[in-house]
Design a protein around this ligand. Structure first.
Ligand code: PLP
Length: 367
C-alpha cells in the first residue's frame, strides 16, 4: 500500500539505480566472484518487491532473506531467483519451501535431520545451505558437528548441500583478530566438504580477498550505509524529505518540546515537520541542552533538531537557514546527510536506521 503524498507527513525516495550501481560496484570489488544480495527485513526497510527486481536487473541471481515469509514475497517478484532463508528451518512449514522452490540454510543438527527426513518423505534431494559457525556463536553447526556430517557414511546426504556458509562477527572492524580466525576456520571446514561452493563474506567481508570464496553475501553496503569502519559507504540510496508544516518564533530562554529539554539560547525560528519516532526516526536522534542531534538540511543549511523527537513531529532550529516558510522542505536523510549521520546522533548503526524506516511515508521509487 502506498500512501499518497498529499496525505503523508514525508516522502521517502528510494533510488533503485543507486542500488543497482552499488551491487555492480561490489561485483567489481570482488573481481569476478559471484555476488548474492541479502534482502532480509524487507530489503533493509527499502521494500523487497522493488529492491529484489532492481538487483536482479543488475545481474543478481541469488538472494538471502531471514524469514520464510520474506522468501515467499521475493519468490512472487522473482520467479527464477535462487532464494535462501538464513534463519534456519521454520519447522512447521517444510512444504512451503518445496512448493515455492525456496532453500533453507540449515543452522543446527536438528535442522539437518528434519530437512533430510523431509527430503526422504518427498523422495527428492532438495537443495539447502549448510551453515557452520566459525566464531559468531549464533547460528550454525560447530566444527565437530560439521565433521560428523562430512564423514564418509553421511556422504549420501538425503539433501543436496548446495552451499557451505558461515558469518563474520566483526569484519567491519579492520584488523580485528576474530576475522582472521574465522577465515582460517572456514577454510578448514571447507576442506571437509570438497566440491561444495563456499560463502563467508558479508558486506565488510567483500573487501577481504581471503573471505570471498565462491559467493559473496553483501547486505548493508548495497543500501548505501557504512559497511567498514572508517571507509566511505557506496552511493546513497535513501532520501527522506518532509514539508515544513509550521514555522514559529521562540524567545531566548523558551524551551521547545517534551521535557522542556531544549532551551533557546537566542531568539529562534523553529520549523516543525510531520516525522517522528513512530516513523522510525529514532527518538535518540533529537537534541537537548546537553546533546546535539542528527543533522537536517533546510534551505541548503545544516540545522539541528530543537528538542526531543516526538512520536509524530520534529521541531528544527532554522534560525540560521534564512527565510523559511510552511511548505518548504526539510531533508532528514540525503543531500549530504547519510543514514550513518543519523545513526551516529542516535547512538546506533545505519542498519537500524534503514530497517526502522516508517510505513507512513509516501514512498517513491526512482531509477
Ligand atoms: C545480514 C547477513 C548478511 C549481510 O550482512 P551485511 O553486514 O548487511 O552485509 C550476510 N550473511 C548473513 C548470515 C546475515 O545474517
Amino acid at each position: 500500500m502506498t500512501i499518497p503524498q498529499s496525505e503523508a507527513g514525508a516522502v521517502l525516495t528510494i533510488d533503485l539505480a543507486a542500488l543497482a550501481a552499488n551491487y555492480r560496484a561490489i561485483v567489481g570489488m570482488g573481481g569476478g566472484v559471484a555476488t548474492a544480495a541479502v534482502v532480509k527485513a524487507d530489503a533493509y526497510g527499502l521494500g523487497i518487491e522493488r529492491a529484489g527486481p532492481a538487483l536482479a536487473g543488475a545481474g543478481c541471481t541469488t538472494f538471502f532473506v531471514a524469514h520464510l515469509s520474506e522468501a515467499k514475497r521475493l519468490r512472487a517478484a522473482l520467479p527464477a531467483a535462487t532464494v535462501y532463508v538464513l534463519n534456519g528451518l521454520f519447522g512447521a512449514a517444510l512444504d512451503t519451501y518445496t512448493a515455492h522452490d525456496i532453500r533453507p540454510v540449515l543452522g543446527s543438527r536438528e535442522d539437518v535431520e528434519i530437512f533430510a527426513a523431509h527430503c526422504e518423505t518427498v523422495g527428492r534431494r532438495l537443495p539447502a545451505a549448510i551453515h557452520v559457525d566459525t566464531g559468531m556463536n549464533r547460528l550454525g553447526l560447530d566444527l565437530a558437528e560439521a565433521a560428523l556430517l562430512a564423514e564418509p557414511g553421511a556422504n549420501a546426504l538425503a539433501f543436496e548441500p548446495a552451499l557451505l556458509m558461515s558469518h563474520f562477527a566483526c569484519a567491519d572492524e579492520p584488523g580485528h583478530p576474530l576475522t582472521a580466525r574465522q577465515i582460517d576456520r572456514f577454510q578448514q571446514i571447507r576442506g571437509l566438504f570438497p566440491g561444495i561452493p563456499g560463502s563467508l563474506a558479508n558486506s565488510a567481508g567483500c573487501t577481504l580477498p581471503a573471505a570471498r570464496h565462491d559467493l559473496m553475501r553483501p547486505g548493508v553496503a548495497l543500501y548505501g550505509a557504512r559497511y567498514v569502519a572508517g571507509r566511505d559507504p557506496l552511493a546513497p540510496v535513501v532520501t527522506l524529505e518532509a514539508p515544513i508544516v509550521q514555522v514559529r518564533s521562540v524567545r531566548v530562554g523558551d524551551t521547545v518540546g517534551y521535557g522542556a529539554a531544549w532551551t533557546a539560547g537566542r531568539n529562534s525560528r523553529i520549523a516543525v515537520v510531520s516525522v517522528g519516532y513512530a516513523d522510525g526516526y529514532l527518538r535518540q536522534a533529537g537534541s537537548t541542552d546537553r546533546k546535539t542531534g542528527a543533522p537536517m538540511r533546510v534551505n541548503g543549511v545544516l540545522c539541528q533538531p530543537a528538542g526531543r523527537v516526538s512520536m509524530d513531529l520534529i521541531a528544527i532550529d532554522v534560525t540560521d537557514a534564512g527565510a523559511v516558510a510552511a511548505g518548504d522542505t526539510a531533508t532528514l536523510i540525503g543531500d549530504g546527510i547519510g543514514v550513518d549521520d543519523v545513526a551516529e546522533a542516535a547512538g546506533t548503526i545505519g542498519y537500524e536506521i534503514l530497517t526502522s524506516l516508517g510505513r507512513r511515508y509516501h514512498r517513491r521509487y526512482t531509477g
